[in-house]
Design a protein around this ligand. Structure first.
Ligand code: NAP
Length: 306
């Protein structure tokens, strides 16, 4: 794969940015990778691991002369960082982000950018429950979708270039309307995370009653909830604060369905339960057929990094 950008600036050096650096390196997509993070500790770790060519102290320094700038920070930090870098961006640069919510990022970042740069928000649908600069790995985006949400008047050459960049890191790229992205992700990621957080919280209450049984027998399904519920608290707080409407909409529908299942259990309506579970099983099969998970025992997680 040939070089796509001369200098890529990574703002934030956590799971996503460090994985991007490893993947860019592997494919030779960037002439130079410059990175920065908020804390001296993270910058030092990044220097020690060496996944950037240069690690600098500030976002302002990092974006200097960069033809691609990637905001890989929590959603709640986007506004302040965009305000800081706006006046220092190189003319003609592309600015993108990796935030899990898109409407809020468009509103937080867009107003701070000059007219002579292209803002193409993005979201890689890939992650683990780990965070920080040590958690990244080059394969994170392989065979996973990255969704780009360019505005109606985006420069198509810049969109194509960014698409090729993500493809070079192993991703499959799709473009989507901003609000549609937030609704789809509320269904596929945000609400399921909230349910996992809740289930783990409920089990924690129960643990006090049943001593260690919840942990001892967790392989029976609960363990997968605990893995999701171990995700970064800052990131997930920001997701719910910034995708309020869509998550509340899906949560409302979830509650209705839950009540229907509750009634079926109470009234002994086995047909309802059986039909419902048959339908959901077909959805799981569809995900496997689409190559987005494996039907190996234990979800193929044995020996896998995630
Ligand atoms: P992470 O591992 O926690 O890293 C976050 C990075 O942002 C760190 O380098 C941190 O610096 C920096 N940062 C935090 N607050 C900041 C602030 N106020 N100003 C400047 N920098 C700040 O997070 P991540 O998992 O890479 O997530 C980054 C973004 O990717 C988020 O927007 C998230 O929604 C999105 N995303 C995450 C996943 C996932 O599964 N993790 C998947 C897709 C998209 P310090 O280390 O110095 O604090």
């Amino acid at each position: 794969m040939a070089q796509i950008y001369e200098r890529v600036a990574l703002i934030g050096l956590g799971l996503i940015a460090s994985s991007m650096a490893h993947a860019m390196r592997r494919a030779g997509l960037a002439g130079e990778i410059v990175g920065t993070a908020r804390s001296a500790e993270t910058r030092d770790i990044a220097r020690e691991l060496g996944f950037c060519d240069r690690v600098v102290e500030t976002a302002t320094e990092a974006v200097e002369g960069a033809d691609l700038v990637v905001l890989a920070i929590p959603i709640g930090a986007m506004d302040a960082v965009a305000r800081e870098i706006g006046p220092h961006l190189a003319k003609g640069a592309t600015v993108t982000d990796v935030g899990s919510v898109k409407r809020a990022v468009v509103e937080a970042v867009g107003p701070h950018l000059p007219d002579n740069v292209e803002f193409i928000p993005g979201h890689p649908l890939a992650g683990t429950e780990h965070s920080g600069p040590r958690s990244g790995f080059a394969e994170l985006f392989e065979n996973r979708f990255t969704i780009l949400v360019p505005s109606g008047n985006a420069d198509m050459d810049a969109v194509t270039r960014l698409t090729q960049f993500w493809e070079g890191m192993g991703a499959k790229v799709e473009t989507m309307d901003v609000d549609h992205h937030d609704l789809v992700l509320a269904v596929t990621s945000h609400t399921p995370h909230l349910i996992a957080y809740t289930m783990v919280g409920v089990a924690d209450d129960l643990r006090r009653v049943t001593d260690s049984e919840v942990i001892k027998y967790s392989a029976a399904g609960f363990r997968d909830f605990t893995r999701i519920a171990a995700s970064d608290p800052t990131m997930w707080r920001d997701v719910f604060l910034n995708n309020k409407e869509a998550t509340l909409e899906i949560l409302g529908r979830f509650t209705e369905e839950l009540f229907a299942l509750q009634r079926a259990i109470r009234t002994g309506d086995g047909d309802h339960l059986f039909d419902y579970f048959t339908h959901t099983r077909a959805i799981r099969r569809g995900i496997i057929e689409a190559g987005q998970d494996t039907d190996a025992p234990d979800f193929g997680r044995i020996g896998k990094k995630t």
